[in-house]
Write a protein that binds this ligand. Structure first.
Ligand SMILES: [Zn+2]
Length: 210
């Protein structure tokens, strides 16, 4: 029973088993979140769509990539979007890291982002949505708030922008936090039609604002 619950809690961020994540907005607006960037090919495309449609978003950045492409981080901020910590290494093994090693990885990401932005980083999204008790201790000690999602686009497994759009459109409801990735061309391709759909249906795109 314990093992089953542990696997369930670790894998399903909505379950809030180990850490409290914010998975919904309190308002009727929808929040857009993009993970795994900054990406030299796709982030600029996503930014230009957001600018054209005049909507805000939150980018959960990988520290290692932010260090490599600081101009993209500055561009995200200059366009009025929010940034958050998505770990430095985005290692598949983060969930198995010791408490010290995990904390070090998260600190390193915040440090890179804070150096570039001059802002205190408050938001965190766990890579792969996986959490465990070591995360809850590390996040508490770093005063990071974990943000989950309530509409997963599955853009990482959906190669076609048409199918991705269909999924986004069928799942979008007021209060939902949408998980996407600004590393995939299909995401940038589906985004304009998705935002037009929201506008036509009167669905407001808002900020995550904790
Ligand atoms: Zn990720």
């Amino acid at each position: 029973m314990w093992i089953a619950l542990t696997i369930y809690g670790s894998a399903v961020i909505g379950a809030n088993w180990f850490i409290r994540s914010q998975n919904r907005l309190k308002s009727r607006a929808v929040a857009l979140t993009f993970d795994d960037g900054p990406d030299p090919a796709v982030t600029p495309a996503v930014l230009s769509v957001l600018k054209e449609k005049r909507v805000p978003a939150t980018f959960f950045l990988i520290g290692e990539k932010a260090e490599k492409y600081p101009h993209l981080v500055r561009q995200i901020l200059a366009d009025g979007h929010e940034i958050g910590n998505h770990s430095y290494s985005h290692s598949y093994w983060l969930g198995f890291f010791s408490a010290d090693k995990l904390r070090e990885d998260l600190v390193r990401c915040s440090r890179v982002l804070e150096e570039i932005s001059g802002e205190k980083i408050r938001l965190f999204r766990p890579p792969f949505g996986v959490t465990n008790p070591r995360y809850s201790r590390a996040l508490a000690s770093l005063a990071l708030v974990s943000v989950g999602w309530s509409l997963r686009s599955y853009d990482t497994v959906t190669g076609s922008s048409a199918r991705l759009l269909a999924r986004l459109v069928s799942g979008v409801r007021g209060g939902r936090i949408v998980l996407m990735h600004d590393t995939l061309p299909q995401t940038a391709e589906a985004l304009p039609s998705f935002l037009d759909y929201c506008r036509d249906k009167g669905i407001e795109i808002g900020r995550l604002s904790m």
